[in-house]
Design a protein around this ligand. Structure first.
Ligand SMILES: *Cc1c(COP(=O)(O)O)cnc(C)c1O
Length: 459
């Protein structure tokens, strides 16, 4: 082993390697030397484990890979052919052209973020979205923060700290990604009072839990699961009526925060923000990058005096929204004001796309694959914690159901995932499914080219 350690090339020797010289011509000398040192340390550990020492050329080559790995952004666009329209792992909602343009404009120069151009005095960044949100939802006031998790945390902290919040046991849920209602509650300093049972909660359960310490009744959208069979829930209206009788606010974590009627697309009813406001909630909380179809933000709408309390709380500063996403959100919301959301907001374009059109595209994709693929019926999901258990009819390109089957499916899935750009499908059993519903029609050309390349590589 000792002799293997002696084989380790010096930093200077590596700097003399042809491939490293190419690196130092492109990137700062210090960066390259730093990575060489890291690579040599790895090699020492490898030798200590009993491996032989790699050659200088091999080490130099891997230094090249390591440097490139650092300087090329690892976060890059992918094509989402998974059939899950709002996929948290794939960055949730893609944005409209107008939203992208607004974000570019807001980022490339200065902007009137907190400057009232009429009077020349300092203004609030919230004015750029508050009026639009009030117009769309019917709320008295609105506040936008970093994301919905921080919106809920801010709401509970500002209004319920050291007091009690009553939640149905069936709604004390975990959304995923570490967001659990009991944990958020604890973090806010409010005391969670769970009522009812996992499957059934009645209005009397809430009523019996109300004490002089109760600050609010909280409703939580169960997001990614559904209880079926013998169940009973309490309507928001009933909770509000109860709250009004006791002078207690109802807070509503809507999760996705839908602004349009989902039933016209054959989906179940996703509760809308407008309905919550109309029912009289104190505050409703929802995400900007789920069914709203905008950038990652948390939106709070509701009664003015409550929104004001949240805006003034020190935590509001810690979860403040930035100018870029504020611009993107405003542009997205304007699509709804203009009645063009179904045509312009990508998430809604995907939901609203007629099955016949999805099929036409699937057939075109499958055409590239010849007898490796067939088009089958399938079900797409909206995702993003909305419409749990509900699906949209779709047409899938199914690869691996015929001929060489499973091997082709797995190989192709890997090739597509490693492509430029990567194409993400769904492997189920030994079949690779590609769903055109979650892919924008503008991306069809990319998919067809990628499929051609991937298939050519198989032969
Ligand atoms: C998604 C979700 C959240 C968290 O929203 P983020 O915008 O991801 O922070 C909170 N509550 C519910 C019910 C959700 O569905």
């Amino acid at each position: 082993m000792k002799s293997e350690f002696r084989q380790l090339p010096s930093v200077d020797k590596l700097l003399g390697e042809q491939s490293i010289k190419r690196l130092t011509a492109l990137y700062p000398h210090d960066l390259v030397v730093d990575v060489i040192r890291q690579r040599l340390e790895q090699e020492r550990l490898s030798i200590a484990r009993g491996n032989r020492c790699a050659s200088a050329a091999e080490i130099a080559e891997s230094v090249g890979d390591m440097v490139e790995g650092l300087v090329y952004p690892s976060l890059r666009p992918v094509v989402n052919a998974s059939g899950v329209i709002l996929h948290t792992n794939l960055g949730r909602a893609p944005l409209s052209k107008e939203a992208i343009w607004a974000m570019e404009e807001a980022s490339k120069s200065y902007c009137n973020l907190e400057l009232d151009l009429e009077s020349g005095v300092r203004g609030s960044r919230q004015v750029h979205v508050e009026r639009i949100l009030c117009q769309l939802t019917g709320a008295e006031a609105a506040l936008v923060v970093n994301n919905n998790a921080s919106a809920v945390l801010l709401g509970l902290t500002a209004l319920c700290k050291k007091k009690e919040v009553v939640v149905s046991r069936g709604q004390a849920v975990e959304i995923g990604g570490g967001f659990r209602i009991p944990d958020v509650m604890r973090q806010s300093g409010a005391k969670l009072v769970e009522v009812g049972t996992t499957n059934c909660t009645y209005i009397q359960d809430y009523e019996q839990a109300i004490t002089d310490k109760t600050a609010a009744l909280l409703r939580v959208h169960p997001s990614n699961f559904r209880v079926e069979g013998f169940t009973h829930g309490v309507a928001l209206e009933e909770m509000i009526e109860l709250g009004n009788r006791h002078g207690i606010q109802v807070l509503d974590d809507l999760g996705s925060g839908c602004l349009l009627d989902t039933t016209v697309f054959g989906l179940a009813l996703e509760p809308t923000v407008q309905d919550s406001v109309k029912a009289g909630v104190g505050l409703a909380f929802f995400s900007g990058d789920k069914l709203v179809g905008g950038p990652q933000v948390g939106i709070i709408v509701g009664k003015e005096q409550l929104v004001k309390k949240l805006a003034k709380h020190p935590l509001a500063r810690a979860v403040r929204i930035d100018k870029i996403r504020l611009a993107g959100l405003a542009a997205t919301l304007i699509h709804y004001l203009k009645g063009e959301a179904l045509q312009r907001v990508p998430v809604w374009r995907m939901i609203a796309m007629p099955l016949a059109e999805v099929e036409k595209r699937a057939i075109a994709w499958a055409g590239v694959l010849g007898d490796l693929a067939e088009v089958t019926d399938g079900e797409a999901m909206v995702g993003g914690g909305s419409l749990p258990g509900n699906t949209l009819p779709t047409k899938l390109v199914a690869i691996g159901t015929q001929g060489r089957g499973a091997v082709v499916a797995h190989k192709l899935a890997q090739r597509l995932r490693r492509g430029q750009p990567p194409i993400i499908g769904r492997v189920s059993g030994d079949v690779l499914f590609l769903d055109a519903r979650s892919v924008l029609p503008e991306e069809d050309k990319i998919v067809v080219e990628a499929l051609k390349d991937a298939v050519a590589g198989l032969k």
